[in-house]
Design a protein. Structure first.
Length: 264
């Protein structure tokens, strides 16, 4: 085990593999388990009974609560035991019993989480997911493999996201929602099978989006989802009328790039 500096506080009952690297100012609680190849950045707090599995890199100032399992092998029948990774950024909070699996076979073989995320109790991030910054996953929210969640999105409690789905920036998913198709940026969805319910105006206002941008997004939403025309023509019209607004371009480009189809 490599411990930087003299300020790390490691409980004597914690088990840390000799191949782990623990930076300065890290607190490790009782009975925590830190495995081979783990790297923990400065200022992290690892609560008692937390498990950090092999080949996991954790940034600075993260807090991992009791009984969370981070970087454990993927729940994927084709996984062959090879070395894959979990990479977690700075200032994340991972609550009790949350589970984050490392990458599986194929692709980049990495699960990535950005900065400033909140992963509430019993939430689950499956193999090869890519999570942006400031993402919130509420209690028992669950992701299948290869899901992409962009910055500032929120996934409500008890929701389930199908493999390979993308969730756009600033989208809000209500609780107990099943998501099988892509969720565009800036929208609100909910339902047993996800349905659009307009823009996430509350979230946009809380993030201090200018009123002019919100108006443009509302008009873009109306053109794309309320007019009776093909999606291709609707996107062209929205781009022609509102393409000078960056958020509209993000909205349009996200829908054009969809492989699974868009939630309507």
């Amino acid at each position: 085990m490599t411990v930087e500096g003299n300020f790390s506080q490691i409980h004597p009952t914690a088990i840390i593999h000799p191949g782990a690297e623990v930076a300065a100012n890290v607190v490790v609680g009782p009975y925590a388990l830190i495995d081979e190849g783990v790297k923990i950045g400065s200022g992290c707090l690892i609560h008692g009974h937390a498990h950090i599995a092999p080949y996991t890199a954790i940034g600075e100032r993260c807090e991992i609560y009791s009984y969370a399992s981070v970087g454990t092998p993927p729940q994927d029948l084709k996984f062959d035991g090879r070395r894959t990774e979990t990479i977690i950024g700075n200032d994340n909070v991972i609550r009790e019993f949350a589970t984050i699996n490392r990458g599986s076979v194929g692709g980049e073989e990495v699960t990535r989480i950005g900065d400033h995320g909140l992963f509430m109790a019993y939430s689950h991030v499956a193999h090869d997911c890519t999570i942006g910054d400031h993402v919130i996953m509420a209690n028992a929210a669950t992701l299948g493999g290869h899901v992409i969640i962009q910055d500032h999105a929120t996934v409500g409690g008890l929701s389930a996201v199908h493999q390979f789905v993308r969730i756009g920036t600033h989208a809000f998913i209500g609780g107990k929602t099943g998501i099988v198709k892509d969720i565009p940026p800036y929208v609100l969805v909910s339902g047993h099978r996800a349905k659009l319910h307009g823009l996430n105006t509350v979230g946009l206002n809380r993030k201090y989006f200018p009123e002019s941008v919100v108006r443009a997004l509302k008009e873009c939403y109306r053109i794309v989802f309320r007019k009776e025309m093909s999606i291709q023509k609707a996107l062209e019209e929205a781009e022609d009328k509102l393409g000078d607004v960056e958020e509209v371009r993000i909205f349009v480009d996200f829908i054009r790039g969809s492989q699974r189809g868009i939630t309507r």
